[in-house]
Design a protein around this ligand. Sequence first.
Ligand SMILES: [Zn+2]
Length: 316
Amino acid sequence: MRRTATRACTVPEDITVFERGWLSANCVLLTGPHGATLVDTGYASDANATQAWLTRALQAQGHTLRRILNTHLHSDHCGGNALLQAHMADLETLVPADNYTAARAWDEEALSFRRTGQHCPRFVADGALQAGDRLTLGSGSWQVLAAPGHDNAMLMLFEPTRRILISADALWPNGIGVIFPEIEGVAGFAPMAQTLSLIEQLQPRLVIPGHGSPFTDVPAALAAARRRLEHFARHPQRHAHFAAKVLVKFRLIEWRRIQRSALHDWAQQIPYLRRLHVLEAADAAGPFHTWLDGIIDALVRAGAATTDSDGWVLDQ
Ligand SMILES: [Zn+2]
């Protein structure tokens, strides 16, 4: 057994976890007799760090990378694909089946990057990953499982012998992510509840999440996720407020600091933020710019941002 790349509980020898912050999702390298596979590649602005970590890990284990798997096509999970494809020969990239056609065509409307205002360099999707597929990864045989809710195309990977779950953004050590389908008026809360029930039935002994440290206390994580999900399902306006904070904070991490006026100019262009303003009771929240200032104020109150007298909004 070996520790993850940074900290937290041990993971088996054939799995190496590159635990990231929140801009990039965790990257999971699985090595074995059938070669090396990387699950998710982080955000574009961290791609050089992803490549450097991956090169070191592959050299240490005497492997070359054969395959990239993306659990879902959010920019923080597939933003490193293009750089790795440019530097590594004979690499096969598999994406969730529901995203395959849009990724092949690089259909900006169907992919999430424009709607979220996030950046993802174009990459080539070579094949589709389907729920029900079985893959030999590392030294195990893994099941591909549908995990709708956060993203209705999202997939998880489960290795039943050792009961290891790569949960993507379906289950984190604490809390849940944005339920993105709800922003577009598509059911997400109920599918997310079903995904959490599926995880409970699997009884994983080890969960490697998309964000945060690998963990073993699955009942506690499920309880926290369910509490949060039920709160959002009862109060969709609070979910909209939360989602807006997440989208603004995400870009703030990347910018580090930005003039409030430039942040407003950016936000006006982002379809999801305009929609979230409407969802969070546009009448009560006032015009878009007032609402956005409220989101910035909420981030400041939460200790996630600061502002100064020169008009800067700073990541915290
Ligand atoms: Zn995600």
